[in-house]
Design a binder for this molecule. Structure first.
Ligand SMILES: NC(=O)c1ccc[n+]([C@@H]2O[C@H](COP(=O)([O-])OP(=O)(O)OC[C@H]3O[C@@H](n4cnc5c(N)ncnc54)[C@H](O)[C@@H]3O)[C@@H](O)[C@H]2O)c1
Length: 287
């Protein structure tokens, strides 16, 4: 018996990284998967995004869990592509119970054009809204919506620092918008017994973090920092003694939020962050 037997999950950004990890984790608990990814690069985003073979590999890994997987190439910036992806998934799998709006870019770098701000907002915030909007007509009581935010985007001077450029500012704007969207949507959908929650990862060991532009952000003192150079700086983000979390750490939170174990949890901003936000917040203190 899995925690998600008989359920179907729509996951964006599913070709690799956290999205692939969520697909495998949800499938391991019994869910069939609609796996969506752009599988193309975006010009302002310096590090490469997933390739079509990555999405094929996610499908293979879900099927290895003996679950069905409908894999669709679609851009979360395009509502019609998401509607087509949802229709293709419903045609084969019959329903949607879980939505994981996870696709994201981080087009950071001071030298990148100001179009990067809008690209980040369009993928990281509008893409989340488009994903939920495409799925919503098919959701019923008991459904669970989970959106991926970011702890770094909540910290003033982190992703919105001058070194991160317009794309970093867009990333901060978008992820803070995701947190607000989740809060307000949770209130709206509570009477329908549809839950809406956010996961906010800290540094996570994926291609987004392990990329040249991110190494430069963590090691501004070096001309061309390598992964080894950045590994020394990654732990500065977390009070716990780690440089980053692994995708499965976020997937564990996603499985909880997707399952009936969290049946009355809604509007939660669930940090998976090794304490990264603690120095910047004091929710129970008076000053
Ligand atoms: N890696 C980190 O340190 C970190 C930290 C906090 C939050 N996040 C967030 O986690 C989420 C997952 O990122 P990741 O770490 O797995 O990185 P990743 O780059 O490995 O995965 C992102 C996936 O989204 C896909 N994608 C990008 N634009 C898309 C679009 N327009 N339409 C459809 N798919 C698109 C990419 O092809 C890729 O497969 C993102 O929302 C990211 O912002 C990442």
């Amino acid at each position: 018996m899995g925690k998600l037997d008989g359920k179907v999950a729509l996951i964006t950004g599913a070709a690799r990284g956290q999205g692939r990890s969520h697909a495998i984790a949800l499938a391991a608990q019994g869910a069939d998967i609609i796996a969506v990814d752009l599988c193309e690069n975006i010009a302002t985003n310096e590090y490469p995004l997933a390739a079509p073979e990555d999405l094929d590999e996610t499908q293979r890994l879900v099927e290895k869990e003996e679950r069905r997987c409908v894999a669709v190439r679609a851009d979360v910036r395009e509502p019609s592509q998401l509607r087509d992806a949802v229709d293709a998934g419903i045609a084969e799998l019959g329903r949607i119970d879980i939505v994981v709006a996870n696709a994201g870019i981080c087009p950071m770098g001071a030298e990148i054009s100001k179009g990067a701000f809008l690209d980040a907002v369009n993928v990281d915030l509008v893409g989340v809204i488009n994903t939920v909007s495409a799925a919503y007509p098919h959701l019923s009581a008991g459904a669970s919506i989970i959106a991926t935010g970011s702890v770094a985007a909540m910290v003033k001077g982190a992703t919105d620092s001058p070194a991160m450029g317009p794309g970093g500012a867009g990333y901060s704007h978008a992820k803070q918008g995701v947190a607000r969207f989740v809060h307000d949507l949770a209130l709206q959908l509570a009477p329908e017994s549809i839950r809406v929650n956010a996961v906010h990862p800290t540094n996570c060991n994926t291609d987004m973090l392990q990329s040249d532009p991110m190494y430069r952000v963590f090691r501004p003192d070096l001309e061309a920092p390598t992964r080894d150079d950045a590994e020394v700086a990654f732990p500065a983000m977390q009070p716990m003694p780690i440089g980053y979390i692994e995708p499965v750490d976020v997937s564990n939170a996603v499985v909880f939020l997707a399952s009936d174990e969290s049946r009355y949890v809604t509007g939660l901003q669930l940090k998976v962050d090794g304490g990264a936000l603690l120095p910047h917040t004091a929710p129970y203190a008076s000053a």
